[in-house]
Design a protein around this ligand. Sequence first.
Ligand code: EPU
Length: 419
Amino acid sequence: MDKIVIEGGRPLHGEIAISGAKNAALPLITATILAPGPHVLHNVPDLRDTRTMLALLESFGITWKRDGETLTIDASNLDNVEASYELVKTMRASVLVLGPLLARAGRARVSLPGGCAIGARPINFHLQGLSQLGIQYELDQGYVDAGIKGRLQGGTVYFDIPSVTGTENILMAATLANGTTVIKNAAKEPEVGNLIDMLVSMGARIKGRDSETIVVEGVKKLKGAKATIIPDRIETGTFLIAAGAAGGELTLTHCNPKLLPALPEKLRAAGLVIKEEKNRMHVLRKKGALRSVDVKTMPYPGFATDLQAQIMALMTMADGLSVITETIFENRFMHVAELRRMGADIRIDGHSAIVTGTGKLSGAPVMATDLRASASLVVAGLAAEGVTEISRVYHLDRGYDDLVGKLSMVGARIRREKE
Ligand code: EPU
């Protein structure tokens, strides 16, 4: 297993190209199950999670080839509808195959994803929603065994909480249902919009992109897709925060500032200079102390839960007290104990972390516990005095395309080593 070693305290200078979004690539890859294809997806990041998703599709009999950032997927053959525990256990987003399999094949047997480091994360919304479209399911030896005789039927699905992958699953299923499906309190994350655009290009009839009510008029069949994955807003945000923590000046290219409605304002309030252009963002940390800001995670366009750990790492170095409240997941403070090992002063009070900025951190051996927690340790390590060793980096490989390479190019002393 690899670890990442960072010699901190070096400011970042230069340009980083942002990759395609993990959380858009995953649903767009699964949407190819809906039609034989061929399908062409551009700007697909090369991540452990995208590889896992492609392995899952392969296990269904689907073939693919990658040429740089372009994936061509041929889903004409679909001879298995079982998503095995072996693959599903490493990636919760595997549940995204449920909707497309049911829509195309009328049956799916998908291993339950189980618990994960950031909370219980059940899939009851997915199952309730699909039931509204007429499926029957039972839980059998850790698997969801679901099926329908004939076509799915349009229905009304209401989400108690706007679930991102829940909305995506129902959307995909509804495209091939008989009749109209209305999704109420749908997630408005840009990755859902990216999926809607792809489905529409496949011939789906969908209204209500970016709104909380989405209406899908089912069609009998869909055709091959051509789609481009949107830039990764979480990777973009992680690098903006990293420059804030380490100091220096970074230009991020191939990104879309419009996908980050909340973060730049918070970073400006903390004292950073952020400039937004069409496909570029520029961040500068001026001399002087960072100011503390409070943050509350919310569904899009609120502050993304996937950037909560990283901004917390930044706040450990700010002047004053910062209250960071997590409202999306019940247990997403795993990074706190590790940041404390680096000298951070953080107290947890229910769903909030109270961070007292100490001005500096010191390098330490730390352990990655989940993807974004690992990213926060990288942010902290870049700014800390001395050496930080982050073990269990496979978490980072799930969601960041060449993080070490990209940071090395802008002056960070960071490398991978065998543990
Ligand atoms: N929830 C339920 N039941 C369900 C589904 C969700 O109770 O059936 C709850 C969750 O436990 C959570 C809330 O609803 O409290 C919202 O979760 P959501 O379903 O929106 O999360 P998700 O779809 O499983 C996606 C991203 C996550 C990101 C969240 C929130 C993908 C593949 N994953 O997860 O990304 O944190 O939305 O924005 O899109 C990451 O990239 O590190 C990551 C965890």
